[in-house]
Design a protein around this ligand. Structure first.
Ligand code: MTE
Ligand code: MO
Length: 490
């Protein structure tokens, strides 16, 4: 049953000692350098003065590195201590040049007899994945749907749905799981999964999730952008079944006037839990359709997609759809969580990682209008039927906008052919899913690029060029999606 209780303080990640299977050259004892104890190292954790870290048997002075590498402040998590528990979470660091860079900052050895951390693999509980996914990284796991498979189904099969994880998948026992709803500093409500499904109306919402970095790979052709090199498959559509967050908040009957909901998840790093912020107006909107999902396409949520409970915020960018939800806190201010403050913002061409005050950039909530050609794939050999080749893809817009039309060009925008669209019967501004489209194009027109653009019901369309929308994070690429194909007749 529902309980009123004192809220536990925010439970930041208490990390355990990991055992690492990989062997590295870095961190080996060097006879030419002095010895230091952990106590010595711990005296150097002030970025203004000096920061030392330990890695295996090596001791490093990283002060200079932090000053000159914005974002290098992450290394501060290990300041005056071992870097390994943190480092091991971000497997992207496990590259030879990173170890070389680390060794260039070497100042000593860990004194003999001092405890060396034995590292366990924090990803050891991650689930098995479909080998057919196009994998961009294993730890954390990031993979997209093979683009041509996206258009085979109006809803994306669970095992092929793209996965965007920032951290290891948290394993949560559904029996003991409790959702926490915090209304003020000292009160919160707890809900078991049974409470949720028995107390509140179960509803189904068909909604796309699209990562803000979808189609980043195209931006990377023009600028050194940071992030996972997604093609057009960091998007999927699913039927989510769960309970309205609005109903739960109404049940809790908050007395104060709140304007934001802070969402915290179970996956965490030494910075704190993964999480985000959702304006309360979106959650309380009768047409907002924000739910806490228990099921995805008729099955319990898969581990990679947030088991046992995930927030679905239709029309909003992927990151707001928080998986493995732990706690929701109502507040009058935006969430202070670092994950919310430092990323998924709206950036412009003039922003760089060095000069941008991330805190000042507005968070990205609703998505822009998008379309991609999925089948055939770029560079594919195509067959023609009666002199025509069929092109298929998706089109999607954020904020509940309907896709009004999709057009395809084979002459760089001089002339356009309108594609056929699938439509849904959703109400105005509640078109949370995509439209799949299809266009048959004569082979004689296929010598150049084929490009697609969509227009939504607010009249928003996609820019032709990528250059004016480039940003260093490679977010929100919705320039025309273009491919080239081959045919035996050319
Ligand atoms: N707890 C948690 N929620 C999360 C993430 C995460 O790493 N942890 N990634 C976010 C991002 S950036 C995206 S794009 C979507 C991806 O959802 P999916 O992996 O189910 O496709 O989940 C969002 N929710
Ligand atoms: Mo994302």
């Amino acid at each position: 049953m529902l309980k009123l209780l004192a809220c536990s303080s925010v439970s930041y990640f208490a990390y355990t000692r990991y055992a690492n299977s990989e062997e590295f050259q870095a961190g080996k004892r060097r006879s030419d350098l002095p010895d230091y104890s952990w106590e010595d190292i711990s005296k150097h954790k002030n970025p203004e003065k000096s920061v030392w870290i330990g890695f295996k048997e090596g001791v490093y002075d990283v002060t200079h590195f932090i000053e000159h590498h914005p974002g290098g402040d992450k290394i501060l998590l290990g300041a005056g201590n071992s870097i390994e528990p943190f480092w091991n979470l971000y497997r992207a660091h496990h590259k030879t040049h990173v170890y070389q860079m680390l060794e260039s900052m070497r100042i000593g050895n860990l004194k003999k007899g001092e405890k060396i951390m034995v590292l366990d693999d924090p990803y050891k509980n991650d689930p098995k994945r479909n080998p057919g996914m196009v994998t961009h990284g294993e730890k954390p796991f990031n993979a997209e749907t093979p683009n041509d498979l996206l258009v085979k189904n109006p809803t994306t099969p669970n095992e092929l749905f793209f996965v965007r994880n920032h951290l290891p998948v948290p394993i949560i026992d559904p029996q003991t799981y409790r959702l926490e709803l915090v209304l003020s500093d000292d009160k919160c409500l707890e809900f078991s999964l049974d409470d949720l499904s028995s107390k509140f109306e179960l509803v189904t919402v068909k909604s796309c999730i699209q990562c803000a970095g979808n189609r980043r790979a195209d931006m990377a052709k023009h600028e050194n952008v940071r992030g996972i090199m997604w093609n057009a498959g960091a998007i999927g559509s699913a039927e989510w079944k769960g309970v309205r967050l609005r109903d739960i908040i109404n049940y809790a009957n908050p007395k104060a006037n709140y304007s934001h909901a802070h969402i915290e998840a179970f996956d965490s790093d030494p910075n704190g839990p993964f999480g985000t912020n959702i304006p309360l107006s979106k959650i309380m909107d009768i047409n907002g359709d924000v739910i806490l999902a228990l099921e995805m396409n008729g099955e319990p949520l898969p581990l990679d997609h947030g088991f046992p409970l995930r927030l679905i915020v239709p029309g909003y960018v992927g990151v707001r759809n928080v998986k493995w939800v732990k706690r929701i806190t109502l507040d009058d201010k935006e969430s202070p969580l670092i994950w919310h403050r430092r990323d998924y913002k709206i950036f412009g061409n003039n922003d760089t990682i060095d000069n941008t005050d991330f805190q000042k950039r507005p968070p990205l909530y609703e998505m822009n209008v998008q379309a991609a050609i999925c089948d055939p794939l770029d560079g594919a050999f195509v067959e023609s039927v009666e002199g025509k080749v069929t092109f298929k893809g998706y089109a999607y817009s954020g904020g509940g906008n309907e896709i009004a039309r999709v057009d395809v060009t084979t002459d760089n925008g001089e002339t356009w052919q309108e594609a056929e669209l699938t439509k849904d019967s959703a109400d105005h501004k509640r078109h949370w899913s995509w439209s799949l489209w299809e266009a048959k194009i004569s082979i004689s027109e296929l010598h150049n690029e084929v490009c697609v653009k969509a227009t939504d019901s607010s009249g928003n369309s996609q820019p032709r060029d990528i250059i004016p929308i480039l940003n260093f994070r490679g977010l929100l690429n919705n320039s025309w999606h273009c491919i080239k194909v081959n045919h035996k007749s050319f």
